[in-house]
Design a protein around this ligand. Structure first.
Ligand SMILES: Cc1ncc(COP(=O)(O)O)c(C=O)c1O
Length: 377
């Protein structure tokens, strides 16, 4: 084995994919309710995506950020408007961790402070400051542990008020729906309270929309469920439908300085075309509204199952909770039913993160398969 062996692998080798389907060489057809970890937004190999990226590759695939890139400018115009954050400024990078890392840097540059507040069960990525703000000591190396991060219970506004009152926190970073942690959502009062406390204490609010953003929850960003205005919004996953692209939206009150942030690959021509195509298809196919309709169907079907203790999350960022470890059940779903689902830190949860093009008929297929597999347990 010459690969650095960090991933426990399922014995599946996808070689082709179309919309919600993934095929191996046999060919076995798998229903993808995992989206490669919430990445596939407009469906695998969407015809428009293939056409636009292919054409762009034939023109110019990459040049550095030292020259004008009209595609990046077009995305900088379109994304803030379409996402409902007009006037925000766009900085592009290539992954979710990098997006959060850059958001934390901006917050620290602007406030001159270095302490961060994050919440229990959070996941923000694996780079230096992002991993330090991630509530999982197993993935925090000693070199990352030097960052000053305080973890607070999700929902504890008094604890947050106490910490922010000291005036030394540059950013509060929060997932408005926790992804890897297990789909927990706090209250409207809590989220709106964070925003107020941040504004009162000159602290930047970072909305980590890496997983929830780009329409997955039925809104463009999950934080838009509430009356909050983050200074920084990090994005990745669904933004590129599989092309590695991430970015941050930065509040218009924050001024850029040359050299403050930078990247070689971020915002390259192919990345911009991927993100622009995702925006186009989200709008043309009304995928945000569609996500909510399919989500309603999912929730209704889940009611037929006494074994399901609850459905967590919103839109097509869902978790179904059982009162047992679901690892074996997920394996049965893959190998016996040919359906991909996701896991979470909460082992009793199965995560559902399908392409936003998923249809009710696919949800029915999942529940029919689940019924068969639950009967075997
Ligand atoms: C909420 C959230 N933030 C950040 C990340 C890190 O993204 P990436 O793996 O692209 O670095 C993830 C990845 O799962 C995530 O779910």
């Amino acid at each position: 084995m010459s690969l650095f062996d960090v991933y426990p692998l399922y014995d599946v080798t996808p070689i082709k994919a179309q919309d919600v389907w993934v095929y191996d060489s046999k060919p076995t057809k798998y229903l993808d309710l995992y989206g490669g970890h919430a990445v596939i937004s407009i469906g695998h190999s969407h015809p428009k995506y293939v056409e636009n990226l292919t054409k762009q590759l034939g023109d110019i695939g990459f040049y550095s950020n030292a020259v004008h890139n009209p595609l990046q400018e077009a995305l900088g115009e379109r994304l803030p408007v379409q996402s409902g954050c007009p006037d925000y400024q766009l900085f592009m990078c290539s992954s979710g961790a990098e997006a959060n890392e850059n958001a934390l840097k901006v917050a620290s540059f602007v406030t001159g402070r270095k302490k961060v507040v994050a919440f229990n069960n959070s996941f923000h990525g694996r780079t230096s400051a992002a991993v330090a703000a991630t509530d999982n000591p197993k993935i925090v190396a000693p070199i990352n542990a030097q960052q000053e991060v305080e973890f607070l219970p999700l929902g504890d506004l008094d604890a947050l008020a106490g910490v922010l009152a000291k005036g030394d926190v540059c950013a509060v970073i929060v997932e408005f729906i926790q992804g890897v942690g297990g789909l927990d959502i706090s209250t409207k009062e809590f989220y709106e309270g964070i925003d107020k406390l941040c504004k009162q204490t000159g602290t930047m609010l970072i909305a980590d929309e890496v997983q929830a953003g780009f329409g997955r929850t039925g809104r463009f960003f999950a934080f838009q469920e509430y009356d909050v205005q983050p200074e920084l919004i990090s994005m990745a996953k669904g933004m590129g439908n599989g092309f590695p692209v991430g970015g941050i939206l930065i509040h218009p009150s924050i001024d850029a300085e040359f050299g403050m942030l930078g990247t070689t690959f971020g915002g390259n021509h192919l990345a911009c075309v991927a993100a622009l195509t995702v925006l186009e298809v989200l709008e043309e196919e009304n995928l945000l509204e569609h996500a909510l309709r399919v989500s309603d169907h999912f929730n209704a079907r889940a009611l037929d199952f006494p074994q399901i203790k609850g459905v967590k999350g919103r839109g097509l960022m869902l978790g179904i909770e059982f009162d047992f470890d679901t690892s074996a059940l997920r394996k049965q779903l893959i190998y016996d039913q040919h359906i991909f689902t996701g896991s979470a830190k909460n082992k009793n949860l199965i995560r559902i993160l399908p392409p936003l093009t998923v249809q009710n008929v696919h949800i029915d297929q999942f529940f029919d398969a689940l019924k068969i597999e639950l009967e075997k347990i």
